[in-house]
Design a protein around this ligand. Structure first.
Ligand code: NAP
Ligand code: SF4
Length: 683
């Protein structure tokens, strides 16, 4: 039999060391870095990924000094005492046969703290803090701090470091003229501005010697107006190699860029062409790592086989499944728990100063706390409801050794997830359903589809415990005319495929209202994956010219194409707050921007009056208005579907209620999956 994924699983010889495959676990801040103690949780988190077969792990960003911290008291490595704590991490990774590099990240003007510094005193559009301008001595001291950090990383047992030179952090701020208006030796011409990273690398290499991995994360496509030009990217890559880097990793977009680069609506491997253009230029010979939205071994293999890069970086996919590489290598790719790029439990948590986890894998970053131990006594467990909560509970319970039957009234698993997967940009949800289908079978869960089980049927002595995961039903509106045929619920549109006219009012602007607006304005055929070229044109990324035309505008941006929405849509809410205020921190702006482009009219402060032949009658701030629409789609939240709870309790059965059945408000798949796992872990 041919070995699966030959390009992905091929070793990579770096001279003094050989990596066992081409998978680099990309840097991600998970919030464990700042927890007290000796990094035991962080060590367990990384050790699980090393055991899972990752070729080279890169840690979350660690600052080389106080000024470089992302926020007050963020992770920093500046003393030998701190280095000793890191030894717990490196020892744990090495014990599993893995390799690990520390990422050195100086936030510059992105530091969410009053001591932040930058090449020039220019505030970023995404931070309330105006940075202090570094003096020439301050620049020298900062370089020394980078070098000290690398030396300490080596002492702590790391196999290397990654110097964060992209995403708009300090190094990027030196490189680009817009943020570097210095007149000393660190500003002026491009060759002067790139001295900051090249001096860091050169002095670092001198300090740590030749047998230490130095990765440089290079911003190859800034996606900001005054960003680097392509010839400048090439010049920097050459200089970085010359200064002693062992590997160049790809950075795409500054944090302040207004182009989505990793969210779920970004097509898979959407940006690997950028790395390929550097590779094809032939200006560097060291290995190149490519990145962004690579979430399956097939995609990773294709990217490498086609010569886009020498390694792939995956960060979130390894949160979603620590055993990604081993499963791929063993021909068990169907068992991989795929990252759906939702950001809901990882990046959104990081932005809220909460510990990260993963929506589809609640054990991520909780390796020592959410443990699935073999059951001491086998129980007969009925799980009612095959949505996310029920699926998660059934799998964990069965994996622990319980005898589990899962009843689902519909003829498909997935609940709300199964419905949402038709939304453009939610194509990845199919992967989660594939994963759970596979996992149910592997765990030995008896699946009873199309069976709406009653309390009496559950009371025949077959079960000792019942997990009620019957989910939610849409909130119906009591409005004159809401019983008309042109007033639809969201499941009627998404699940039953109800025909919808050209002009539509959506009542409710929560996550589902936004999704509905996206769905109704999209022209692309349902279920088709977005094309990379189409995505780049829509968001104004110069894919044709970047790396091809030396005169291409800086930053890789061009005017975006104007979308041609399929319908005229009004998105309504009673609140006066900004639409989408409660959407994810890292994705809400994308949804808002996308709907604005499609001409969706956001109306807040709405009171609903009635629906009649003229359309939907509302008042907006007390002013009457009639929206002449063909259809009204109600996306006004949900109520719990928990009708079985009382009858089951009355029969004396032990009932655990989870997911939407327990609490409908603010329900999402993250809470449902985690609750299911927690209940089952405690059975
Ligand atoms: P939701 O976020 O609670 O939104 C419900 C909407 O309905 C709100 O806009 C609310 O706004 C309105 N509403 C509530 N009661 C109403 C009533 N009686 N009459 C008229 N309007 C009413 O619920 P959802 O959109 O159904 O989403 C359900 C869950 O799934 C949420 O937790 C959401 O976070 C999650 N979800 C997330 C995403 C995502 O992209 N992250 C996508 C889909 C769903 P007003 O009260 O201001 O009118
Ligand atoms: Fe991926 Fe979402 Fe999990 Fe983050 S929370 S790792 S984006 S699936």
């Amino acid at each position: 039999m041919n070995a699966p994924y030959p390009s992905l699983l091929a070793p990579l010889n770096l001279g003094h060391v050989t990596l066992k495959n081409r998978v680099l676990m990309g840097s991600m801040h998970v919030g464990l870095e700042e927890e007290g103690g000796k990094f035991e949780k962080l060590a367990a988190y990384f050790a699980a990924r090393a055991r899972g077969g990752v070729g080279l792990i890169v840690t979350g960003g660690v600052s080389p000094n106080i000024a470089g911290m992302l926020k007050p008291f963020a992770a920093m490595l500046a003393t030998r005492r701190a280095a000793a704590r890191h030894k717990h991490v490196t020892d744990a990774v090495h014990a599993e046969g893995g390799r690990i590099a520390l990422q050195i990240l100086h936030a510059g003007r992105y530091g969410y703290q009053p001591l932040c510094v930058a090449p020039s005193r220019i505030q970023s559009p995404i931070s309330p803090f105006t940075p202090w301008s570094l003096s020439s001595r301050g620049v020298e001291r900062t370089i020394d701090n980078f070098v000290r950090c690398a030396r300490l990383a080596r002492e702590a047992g790391y196999d290397g470091v990654e110097v964060m030179g992209s995403e708009g952090y300090l190094i990027n701020q030196f490189i680009v003229k817009h943020t570097n208006q210095r007149s000393d030796a660190w500003g002026g011409e491009y060759s002067q501005r790139i001295r900051f990273p090249t001096e860091i690398l050169r002095r670092m290499r001198e300090e740590v010697g030749p047998d230490f991995i130095l990765i440089y994360r290079l911003s190859m496509l800034d996606l900001v107006k005054d960003g680097s030009s392509w010839p400048e990217v090439l010049e920097l890559a050459q200089a970085v190699q010359q200064a002693g880097a062992s590997i160049i990793n790809t950075g795409i977009g500054w944090h302040e860029a207004r182009v989505p680069t990793i969210a779920t609506m970004v097509p898979r491997a959407a940006f690997t062409w950028v790395t390929r253009r550097l590779k094809d230029s032939g200006v560097v010979t060291i290995p190149l790592v490519t990145s962004n939205r690579i979430n399956s071994p097939e995609v990773a293999e294709q990217v490498l086989a086609e010569g886009h890069a020498d390694m792939v970086s995956m960060a979130r996919p390894l949160l979603a499944d620590a055993d990604f590489v081993n499963k791929a290598a063993a021909g068990r790719a169907a068992e991989i728990n795929t990252c759906i790029a939702c950001n809901q439990a990882c990046l959104d948590h990081a932005f809220q100063n909460k510990r990260a986890s993963c929506l589809v894998n609640p054990q991520a970053c909780h390796e020592t706390e959410l443990v699935y131990r073999p059951a001491t006594q086998q129980k007969r467990v009925a799980v009612v409801g095959g949505g996310m909560a029920g699926l998660s509970a059934a799998c964990v319970a069965a994996e622990r050794g319980h005898d589990v039957v899962l009843f689902e009234a519909r003829d498909a698993i997935g609940g709300q997830f199964d419905m949402a997967r038709v939304i453009p940009g939610k194509e990845e949800f199919d992967e989660t359903l594939r994963y759970f289908t596979q996992r149910l079978a592997t765990a030995g869960v008896a699946l009873r589809l199309g069976q709406k089980i009653s309390a009496d049927e559950l009371n025949d002595g077959a079960f000792t415990e019942v997990i009620l995961a019957t989910g939610v039903r849409p909130r119906a509106l009591k409005l004159p005319g809401s019983d008309r045929a042109n007033v639809l619920s969201y499941p009627q549109v998404l699940r039953d495929g109800a025909a919808v006219g050209q002009r539509v009012a959506i009542i409710g602007a929560g996550g589902i209202g936004f999704d509905m607006a996206e769905f109704l304005t999209e022209r692309r055929e349902k279920r088709a994956h977005p094309e990379i070229a189409e995505f780049m044109a829509e968001w104004g990324v110069n894919r044709e010219g970047w790396g091809v035309d030396a005169e291409a505008p800086r930053g890789g941006l061009v005017p975006p194409t104007q979308p041609n929405p399929a319908r005229t849509v009004f998105l309504l809410q009673r609140r006066k707050t900004r639409h989408g205020k409660d959407l994810g921190k890292t994705t809400g702006w994308i949804h808002r921007a996308s709907l604005k482009k499609r001409g969706v009219e956001f109306l807040g402060g709405v009171e609903y009056q009635k629906v009649d032949d003229d359309g939907l009658h509302i008042t907006v701030d007390g002013e009457p208005r009639v929206l002449a629409v063909d259809h009204v789609v109600v996306c006004a939240g949900q109520v719990s579907e928990d009708g079985l709870a009382e009858p089951l309790r009355a029969l004396g059965l032990k009932v655990h209620i989870i997911g939407g059945a327990a609490e409908a408000s603010e329900l999402d798949a993250k809470r449902a999956i985690r609750q299911g796992a927690e209940v089952a872990a405690a059975l």
